[in-house]
Design a protein around this ligand. Structure first.
Ligand SMILES: [Zn+2]
Length: 317
């Protein structure tokens, strides 16, 4: 016979089971905050879901001994996938230049985790109808930016290739590629294997690519002229923050309450030359706009009221 107390116990068990299920669901949905570059506009970042995942043990190379000077092509820490739509001969020069660039960068960066690069060499005239002679040479960008809390308690955008080097036991879900790069085959590029020396109308492909790959590694600033006449950090969605079962701060990737100015990892070191003020202090002041103005369309409102709303220093472009 079932008594009142056994019914109560069953009821309690049901609640506990539901609670455990709820907690499990909640834990499986906890997330870091990640952004991907907008392919239509590289100056804009799109929030992407990146739940926390346990690190799968992988065969990472150990940190190289910086005292040993044994840099060679065998030390290339880049896994390169090249999509090349021109002649086989030209594509093999492009591939070789990518391999050389990978070896060069691997010789002076302390990398413990391989970097995955997805690159293309194709006609921007066909792709983007950008057919002018002085067109874009190419570009590279981190495939994913991950919001990380710095040691000065400011959250900044870290390139995925750098976050991977931290070898975190639990980390935000990574994008398949660390860097995406694209180079314009319409440009008159010069390659090391060319039989003639470079002339004044040509660009050294390896030189251009090395420059761009550093941007792909995250060597860049979020400060730019996004609003006509003013230089600010990058403006993107500010995710709703939640506290998980372990008291950690996590991000809800499906809803956004506001906008926020974000700096990149290296912006921590940016100062104003005239007085030594840290750029991060200005970012913090700029962000008070969003915490103090509870408007529906805050991005739009900020654009309208930007010149007058703040008493903080505004840098003119
Ligand atoms: Zn550049």
């Amino acid at each position: 016979m079932r008594t009142k107390s056994t019914k109560y116990a069953e009821f309690n068990n049901k609640i506990i089971n539901h609670l455990i299920l709820f907690l499990l669901l909640f834990i499986s949905n906890i997330a870091a905050q990640c952004f991907a570059p907008n392919p239509q506009n590289p100056r804009e970042l799109i929030p992407v879901a990146c739940n926390l995942v346990k690190n799968e043990p992988q065969e990472n190379l150990k940190f190289k001994d910086s005292t040993s000077n044994n840099s060679s092509s065998s030390n290339n820490m880049f896994d390169i996938t090249l999509n090349c739509t021109v002649s086989t001969d030209l594509c093999s020069k492009v591939q070789k230049a990518f391999d050389t660039a990978g070896s060069i960068i691997s010789s002076y960066l302390l990398l413990n985790t391989r970097i995955v690069l997805s690159a293309s060499f194709e006609s921007f005239c066909d792709l983007y109808s950008s057919c002018s002679e002085n067109g874009i040479l190419g570009f590279a960008s981190p495939a994913r930016w991950i919001l990380m809390e710095d040691d000065d308690n400011i959250q900044r955008l870290y390139p995925q290739s750098l976050v991977k080097q931290f070898e975190l036991s639990t980390h935000p879900e990574y994008s398949k590629n660390d860097i995406i790069a694209s180079f314009n085959s319409d440009v008159s590029y010069w390659f090391a294997e060319d039989s003639t020396p470079i002339n004044e109308t040509q660009f050294d492909f390896l030189y251009v690519m090395l420059h761009e790959l550093h941007h792909g590694l995250g060597f860049s600033s979020a400060w730019d002229e996004y609003f006509t006449g003013y230089v600010t950090p990058l403006l993107a969605n500010d995710p709703i923050k939640e506290i998980d079962a372990e008291d950690d701060l996590v991000y809800n990737n499906t809803s956004y309450s506001s906008f926020k100015f974000y700096e990149c990892a290296f912006d921590k070191y940016v100062i104003l030359m005239e007085n030594g003020q840290k750029a991060s202090e200005i970012t913090e002041k700029l962000n008070t706009y969003f915490t103090e103005n509870n408007n529906a369309n805050k991005k739009k409102n900020f654009e309208i009221s930007f010149p007058t709303c703040l008493c903080c220093p505004i840098i003119l472009a």
